[in-house]
Ligand binder design. Structure first.
Ligand SMILES: [Zn+2]
Ligand SMILES: [Zn+2]
Length: 79
């Protein structure tokens, strides 16, 4: 089974920001009412794992490590 991690931007209260952003990558707060992005959240599609961070690159790394932990978990432990 293949799991993936999804990274999404979050506001300071950790709610996911789905507001459109400008060309510079900043939320267009004047038009959307966005409260601003304080960081990112990463979630696993296969379990309840999640991490928040200000750095997206760090979450990508943590996500990779987490997915590896799924692979390393023996699927069959019946012997
Ligand atoms: Zn927002
Ligand atoms: Zn997981």
């Amino acid at each position: 089974m293949q799991y993936v991690t999804t990274i999404q931007p979050v506001h300071s209260d950790n709610t996911v920001c789905k507001h459109p952003v400008t060309d510079t990558g900043e939320p267009n707060d004047h038009k959307t009412g966005c409260t601003g992005r304080s960081g990112y959240i990463a979630r696993c599609s296969g379990c309840s794992w999640r991490r928040t961070s200000k750095a997206e690159a760090q979450l990508e790394r943590l996500g990779d490590l987490h997915l590896r932990s799924h692979l390393n978990t023996p699927a069959l432990a019946t012997s």
